[in-house]
Design a binder for this molecule. Sequence first.
Ligand SMILES: *Cc1c(COP(=O)(O)O)cnc(C)c1O
Length: 371
Amino acid sequence: MNKRIFLASPHMSGEEMPYIQEAFDTNWIAPLGKNVDQFEKELAAYVGIGYGAALMSGTAALHLAVKLAGVQRGDIVFCSDLTFAATVNPVCYEGGVPVFIDSETESWNMNPEALEQAFAKYPQCRCVIVANLYGTPAKLDAIRSICDAHGAVLIEDAAESLGATLHGKQTGTFGRFNAVSFNGNKIITTSGGGMLLSDEEWAIVKARFWATQAREPAPWYEHREIGYNYRMSNIVAGIGRGQLRHLEEHVTGKTAIYRRYQEGLRNLPVTMNPYLPDSTPNFWLSCLTIGPDSAVTPEQIRLALEAENMESRPIWKPMHMQPVFAENDFITAGTVVDEAIFATGLCLPSDLNMTPPEQERVINTIRECFH
Ligand SMILES: *Cc1c(COP(=O)(O)O)cnc(C)c1O
């Protein structure tokens, strides 16, 4: 059996170790410490935003973003539909009610027209969460203008898109509150972790407070609010500092993987996941969709790859199709887009540890499915 080719596995450089060693040497294992402070500063500076709060996960960052946005029990929150459940679950932690917005076909992200229609139906909505799917920027300017016009807070879920840009501006900076993730399969990883990003210092100060059990500044344990244990450890932040130095290299590697698929799958009835002309995705995952004239299904390709010990995965199943959200509304601007992407799409092995000859084998296995 050939060595397994993964969808996306951690890619360590070795530059993480000195930061971890320093934490050991100074016995700053936990809590907090220099790596946490520096990782926040370095990442915020990299994306070009004022402040960051390093947390245990991207989901924790989204949860605190939802709290900062003031979502209360029963409040409607417009959310990307074609995304991972972690975009949406934090709304439910606060008792909010997600309403799902269909995607457009140009970037597979939230359709601004559908968002407008959602505001027409639910003018009371005051919070929108947009994800940048697979590292591809959404129509973030249009979405932000619509939010501004309706007095709604925009939260950007940039968990998958760290390092991607829209007209030169980094994702994770378009929302009022923004979340990135360092989960094991993301473009950079700390094994697990996330960061909340904002230009508003009060928000980040508040998030750090909530994330450390909402401890009031008193010698004893004084609490006026419900808190969480969400803070990133100093060891984990050390991994992040080392990884951040390789973010651009990772984006370059992921871009090369996407281009090799584009080239290698030419002349087949498939299309790669699209992106806006003025955007530079980080190409976290390369995906294909199969054209309507082909009898080949994504599941056939997935099983053919699996037989060769190559990992692929269906596209995120849209939130409006999830049993847990069966009662939630779904807004589309005409023909439903997300169901077609889910039905015809597949995420391909996009691992930075995959060599070009290994990718060639992946491409050949896909090509054989169409013979
Ligand atoms: C990974 C991911 C998250 C959650 O990040 P964690 O660090 O795993 O909690 C949120 N949203 C999207 C779109 C993701 O892909």
